[in-house]
Design a protein around this ligand. Structure first.
Ligand code: CU
Length: 342
């Protein structure tokens, strides 16, 4: 059906072009002078462009409202509300400038088409105008950037003390979440300790690792109303931990830890009611094309009431990896000995 509409539109354009050629020939036959013919052409072009702008702008407004339901639901995190607010301000500024420039551009094409009685005004510069269109955008853009940067700094640098620490570990091709446990401190990890039993390479000789908890199944839970400090790591290539419903994203970079904190404000059950969708689930996705099964890197995120969350966390303890006999320092020692032997 769509292809038929496109073909019909193309044919319509061809018909208009042919009609213009015919009218040109007719005017030659009728002995019209070149100037009159030029004038008619100009006014046809001017009117055509006006029509294009009106139809284009109306279509844009229609599409904006028609596809509104396909956008993300309201933000489910505290700072996400501010992110959305900033995004909307950006759209408002861009929208006003877009409409003003497009309407003026098409109107000028129509209004100032060639006339033999009118000469173009020689207007090489105007300092006042140039200052206005330099200073005003500078102020608007700086205000937008500074407010955005302030939010970003809050998210990445000011971790509330009463928060909870969760590690999100990306690898080709899935996620593992580790909770810091009672002490709210993640145990050290070391890549040379990675085995099938210990996929994060946790150093179990570190006392902080004793109460760490890893998620069972492809799902992580978060408590509502509690700030969560995320620590992101990657085992292989750069992944990107993207929580669309919480409006957050952070790269997971091999060899370094990246962080942000986020406070969920709407439980999964509440969001099911808001979206009127019983199957609604928050998700953690990978937003970097990291390999052939990149599309597979998806983990469900469930936001519970704090009491429900505690219950869930209790059920997770059993899956803790068996304690390996080697520690980070032993592995380093063994490797050093191997290198010395070579
Ligand atoms: Cu990935």
């Amino acid at each position: 059906m769509n292809i038929l509409i496109i073909i019909a539109l193309l044919l319509a354009v061809l018909v208009v072009i042919r009609l213009m050629n015919v009218s040109q020939l007719a005017s030659v036959i009728a002995g019209e002078d070149e100037e009159a013919e030029q004038k008619r052409h100009n006014s046809m072009n001017g009117l055509g462009l006006m029509l294009f702008s009106v139809v284009g702008i109306l279509l844009m407004i229609y599409m904006t409202f028609k596809y509104q339901p396909f956008l993300l639901p309201e933000s489910a995190s505290a700072h996400g509300v501010k992110t959305d607010f900033l995004l909307n301000i950006n759209f408002a500024v861009i929208g006003i400038v877009f409409l003003a420039t497009q309407i003026l551009m098409f109107w000028f094409v129509y209004k100032y088409q060639h006339s033999k009685n009118r000469f173009a005004l020689f207007y090489p510069d105007n300092h006042k105008l140039e200052i206005i269109w330099t200073v005003v955008p500078t102020i608007v853009l700086s205000a937008l950037i500074v407010t955005g940067l302030k939010e970003w700094n809050k998210m990445t640098q000011s971790h509330p003390q009463d928060g909870m620490v969760v590690q999100v570990y990306g690898y080709q091709f899935n996620w593992i979440a580790r909770y810091a446990g009672q002490d709210n401190k993640l145990g050290r990890s070391f890549y040379k300790l990675i085995t099938d039993d210990n996929p994060l390479g946790i150093d179990y000789s570190d006392p902080a690792s004793k109460d760490d908890i890893m998620t069972k199944g492809n799902e992580m839970h978060l408590p509502k109303g509690v700030p969560v400090m995320f620590e992101f790591n990657s085992r292989d290539v750069i992944h990107s931990a993207y929580f669309p419903h919480f409006r957050t994203q952070m790269n997971c970079v091999p060899g370094m830890t990246t962080r942000f904190y986020m406070e969920p404000t709407i439980t999964t059950a509440e969001m099911k009611g808001i979206t009127k969708n019983e199957k609604f689930e928050y998700v953690l996705l990978c937003n970097k094309v990291c390999g052939v099964a990149h599309y597979n890197m998806k983990m469900n995120v469930v936001v519970d009431d704090p009491a429900e969350f505690k219950n869930w966390l209790k059920g997770q303890k059993q899956i803790m990896a068996p304690v390996p006999s080697t520690t980070a320092s032993e592995v380093v020692k063994v490797n050093e000995e191997k290198e010395n032997n070579i």
